[in-house]
Write a protein that binds this ligand. Structure first.
Ligand SMILES: CC(C)(COP(=O)(O)OP(=O)(O)OC[C@H]1O[C@@H](n2cnc3c(N)ncnc32)[C@H](O)[C@@H]1OP(=O)(O)O)[C@@H](O)C(=O)NCCC(=O)NCCS
Length: 362
């Protein structure tokens, strides 16, 4: 685009908060700009998903701003409000999402304008801080231009279920070098079936209810920084979501002790079991280990080649995921925090109970 026509276009662009009439446009922009295909599928991106995400959140409607050129949405930025326990207080934090500018309109300051509006609206609604899971494109903007903090290093902790398939997807050249004999031995990695210790039972709820609220009320004081995982939040996030999640509840002597949520995604063409949420007392290492092993067992039975969860490198939570069998540090995943949040606990790696469900990719 020539500079003069870009200047003219910039004047024609209108900014507005989104409405339900925009859901098709936002879905189109984000679907067109995403990498989804046969090799990558993490979550739904339909208009129904955006209706659910922007308008049905029990913590409140998402804050959002779109830039339009004519009848086309050319840039978007949104933030979901989340209830979070921070050091014994329940506060509203934001999770930024859907930061996209159509390639024809990039570098014109559209995201800057959309983001500024969203941040101002969030502050007006009592949201004093937010977290970001940036892409390679948005990382330098948040980190270098806008001064966001990066106090710790989240990673994917993984366990291979089918090493041959995973290796073939990650490094076909290495598979060729190893040769068929070695590779066939890899594929015969025996699967250890889960035998729960005496007194433990599993159920598969279809919805969360009063028992979940009782669990959350009992465990909330043990957490330092954690999304409020009560029934209302969990039903919105995993049951009313247009996408499909599997829910597993773990009981000890008949009493609910923990919940794990999984979802099957496609990464590098492989079926992957993502541990999306883990709910138990922060200091209950036994339940956490059983929840992870339960998720691995069920994902393996469903044909996943790998199981993975978010973790914060070097934290106690990370050590517990490793001892539950998620031994591989598969990839780093930046998480940035808006600068100057008044409670410094937010910047403490050990304080967070962070799971993939806290993000919006899966
Ligand atoms: C990242 C993206 C949203 C930026 O949108 P944009 O409308 O072109 O951005 P803007 O023109 O408003 O620029 C915003 C700021 O980032 C800076 N910036 C833009 N591109 C940059 C880059 N590649 N590296 C560093 N800074 C950059 C601008 O100078 C501007 O700085 P300022 O706020 O100090 O003035 C856009 O490139 C995009 O959609 N990328 C692909 C999708 C993606 O990765 N989205 C992020 C998902 S989390």
């Amino acid at each position: 685009m020539a500079e003069t026509s870009r200047a003219q276009i910039a004047e024609q662009i209108e900014f507005s908060a989104f409405s339900t009439a925009d859901l098709d446009g936002i879905s189109r922009l984000i679907t067109a700009m995403s990498d989804d295909g046969a090799n990558l599928h993490l979550r739904d991106k339909s208009p129904a998903y955006y209706r659910w995400m922007y308008f049905d959140n029990p913590t409140g409607q998402a804050f959002g701003c779109f830039a339009r050129h004519g009848d086309r949405i050319v840039s978007s930025f949104a933030m979901a409000p989340k209830l979070v326990v921070v050091g014994g207080r329940t506060v509203r934090l934001g999770k930024t999402m859907d930061m996209f500018t159509d390639p024809d309109y990039q570098g014109m300051g559209l995201i800057r304008k959309c983001a500024d509006r969203v941040f101002a609206e969030a502050r007006d609604h009592g949201v004093d801080g937010w977290y970001v899971t940036p892409s390679v494109n948005s990382y330098p903007i948040f980190k270098n231009k806008w001064g966001y903090a990066e106090p710790f290093q989240p990673i994917f902790r993984a366990r291979l279920i089918d090493p041959r398939a995973a290796l073939a997807a990650v490094s076909p050249a290495l598979v060729r070098r190893l040769g068929p004999q070695l590779v066939t031995r890899l594929s015969r990695w025996p699967r250890r079936r889960l035998n729960l210790p005496k007194g433990w039972t599993v159920s598969q709820p279809t919805r969360f209810g009063p028992e979940t609220d009782q669990l959350w009320d009992a465990i909330a004081p043990t957490h330092q920084v954690a999304l409020v995982r009560n029934a209302s939040y969990l039903n919105w996030r995993y049951v009313d979501n247009p996408d499909d999640y599997s829910l597993w509840a773990l009981h000890h002597q008949g009493e609910l002790r923990g919940i794990v949520v999984t979802k099957q995604t496609i990464r590098r063409g492989l079926p992957v079991g993502d541990i999306v949420d883990l709910i138990c007392a922060r200091d209950d290492a036994t339940t956490l280990r059983l929840l992870v092993r339960l998720a691995v067992d069920r994902c393996a039975a469903a044909g996943c080649a790998m199981v993975e969860a978010w973790s914060i490198l070097g934290s106690l939570f990370d050590r517990r995921l490793r001892s539950a069998g998620l031994l591989i540090a598969r990839a780093k995943m930046p998480l940035l925090l808006s600068p100057d949040y008044p409670d410094r606990l937010l910047y403490d790696a050990e304080a967070w109970w962070l799971t993939q469900g806290d993000g919006n990719d899966v």
